[in-house]
Design a protein around this ligand. Structure first.
Ligand code: ADP
Length: 262
């Protein structure tokens, strides 16, 4: 219980701090980009400094993207709430990732046919699922499998985590399981901390799961992680069912059922 409360208030503090810093940083980056732009337009096409200015411009654009991600933490960010089908979202994300993931890694879905809708910001949830899948990919060396599943979890089955602010009720579960390297308990204890990463410099920012944690909390849900070194990792995201929602139009909720295979 204490751990969860501690993590939550730490995230609040970090969220505020990150929001403030990101905001100021963005203003400064705008000035830098503006000046670089002037430099580039005013220099001769063959000026040797052009290459340096172009490199600086590239780095500044990347820095701007990073602060944008930090801004995602802060509450100032307006969310776009709407009835959302996690099946449609999962289908989209998996189709997108399928093209970029090593063919040795099987990326599969097993989606519940009559999944309840949730009230969510689809862009944020796309981020959540992308982050989980990309982490799963990174955990696999050589061949492996990533499975994305959805399920309805009725009130009676729901086991609220200790210390969370989640309420009893029906939930929709989004599960991502991988056959990757797994985590030691020491690593697992720190994964939601901003800037905690075990990946080499340039590969990981350590912001992915911190963002996932913040987004899931904004959605009044919670996250559960099981992991075993050498066996793999399973992330469960629970989001409250959108009660009294009209049925989603069929095109928004493809009942895609991809066989899970062997
Ligand atoms: P990043 O991916 O940039 O390192 P994250 O916050 O997304 O940042 O993840 C933090 C750390 O958690 C990772 O560096 C990795 O050690 C661990 N991790 C996350 N997901 C998995 C997974 N599916 N399998 C094994 N380790 C994981």
């Amino acid at each position: 219980l204490e751990e969860h409360v501690h993590q939550a208030s730490k995230m609040d503090a970090i969220g505020q701090l990150a929001g403030g810093i990101a905001h100021d940083f963005n203003n400064l980056l705008t000035v830098i980009l503006g000046n670089l732009d002037v430099l580039l337009t005013q220099s001769a096409p063959d000026a040797p400094q052009r290459e340096l200015a172009t490199a600086a411009q590239g780095a500044t654009v990347r820095a701007a993207a990073l602060t944008q991600r930090l801004l995602g933490f802060s509450r100032r960010h307006q969310l776009d709430w709407r009835p959302t089908s996690l099946n449609a979202l999962a289908t989209e994300v998996v189709a997108l990732l399928q093209r970029t993931i090593d063919p040795l890694i099987r990326l599969e879905t097993a989606l519940a046919p009559d999944l309840w809708p949730v009230r969510a910001d689809p862009t944020q949830l796309t981020q959540v699922l992308m982050n989980l899948c990309l982490n799963a990919r990174d955990a696999i060396t050589g061949a492996g499998r990533i499975l994305v599943e959805t399920a309805c979890v009725g009130d009676a089955e729901v086991r609220l985590p200790h210390g969370s602010s989640a309420r009893p009720g029906d939930y929709v579960r989004l599960r991502v399981t991988d056959t990757g390297a797994g985590m030691t308990p020491e690593v697992k204890a720190r994964i939601y901390e901003p800037f905690f990463t075990t990946k080499e410099v340039g590969k990981g920012t350590g912001l992915g799961l911190a963002m996932v944690f913040a987004i899931v909390r904004q959605h009044k849900g919670w996250i559960d992680c099981r992991s075993e070194v050498g066996a793999g990792t399973r992330f469960d995201i629970y989001l409250p069912r959108l009660a009294g929602a009209p049925a989603l139009p069929p095109d928004a909720a493809p009942a895609t059922q991809v066989p899970t295979g062997k």
